[in-house]
Design a protein around this ligand. Structure first.
Ligand SMILES: Cc1cc2nc3c(=O)[nH]c(=O)nc-3n(C[C@H](O)[C@H](O)[C@H](O)COP(=O)(O)O)c2cc1C
Length: 190
């Protein structure tokens, strides 16, 4: 009997809906659906995520003092098998909105909670950037690689789109879209 389909949760971390990140995330999700997965995408601009205050209350309680949408996002992260994380390069890093989202992992980052919420998850990054040199994403990719490893997750693949600057530029990059679709399939089947 076939098992339950894998569920893929995507956070689209660009404020620009319908832009390059959004298009790449959609392509990865389409690949995952080709392979039988169920998918959900949340736009960072549609939710309220306050930046971490560094109060450390969560280190005792496991809960953030801020009452916003991150509690629900953490449950979505926990209840999915694969995460798609999309962000353009902004000043050699992710968008501020996505960094705030990542910082809020802190409430569940101790070993016991990390095991429940993050461990064993695979992530795929989708990253457009104006610069034609893909090395411009090296800090961003490195940050996610290390952060995911810290919570015992795994960066499965990064789909990069160097030279994608204007809205929708990535639509012209057939190789990027093809790779995104394939990575979406592979992350749920291999
Ligand atoms: C505030 C800001 C900072 C940016 N910084 C960089 C950068 O450091 N390197 C780069 O290659 N592109 C940079 N870009 C260009 C974006 O990465 C590029 O336009 C990308 O395609 C935007 O993705 P989106 O359409 O999903 O929003 C920046 C754009 C903005 C608005």
């Amino acid at each position: 009997m076939p098992g339950k389909p894998k569920h893929v949760f995507a956070i689209m971390g660009s404020p620009r809906k319908g832009g390059n990140t959004d298009i790449m995330v959609d392509e990865i999700l389409a690949g995952a659906r080709d392979a039988g997965a169920t998918t959900e995408k949340v736009m960072i601009g549609d939710i309220e995520i306050q930046p971490c205050k560094g109060c450390a209350a969560c280190r005792t309680t496991g809960e953030c003092v801020q009452k916003d949408d991150m509690k629900q996002m953490l449950e979505k992260l926990k209840d999915s098998h694969v995460w798609v994380i999309g962000t353009p390069v902004y000043w050699w890093g992710p968008t501020a909105q996505l960094k705030a989202f990542l910082d809020r992992f802190y409430a569940k980052a101790d070993p016991e909670r990390a095991r429940e919420y993050f461990a064993g998850h695979r992530a795929v990054l989708a990253v457009p950037m104006g610069d034609p040199n893909p090395q411009t994403a090296c800090h961003l990719v490195g940050m996610f690689q290390d952060a995911l490893a810290f919570v015992k997750g795994e960066l499965f693949a990064s789909v990069l789109a160097p030279g994608a600057y204007e809205m929708g530029d990535v639509k012209k990059m057939e190789n990027v879209l093809k790779q995104a679709r394939q990575v979406g399939r592979d992350v749920v089947t291999t």
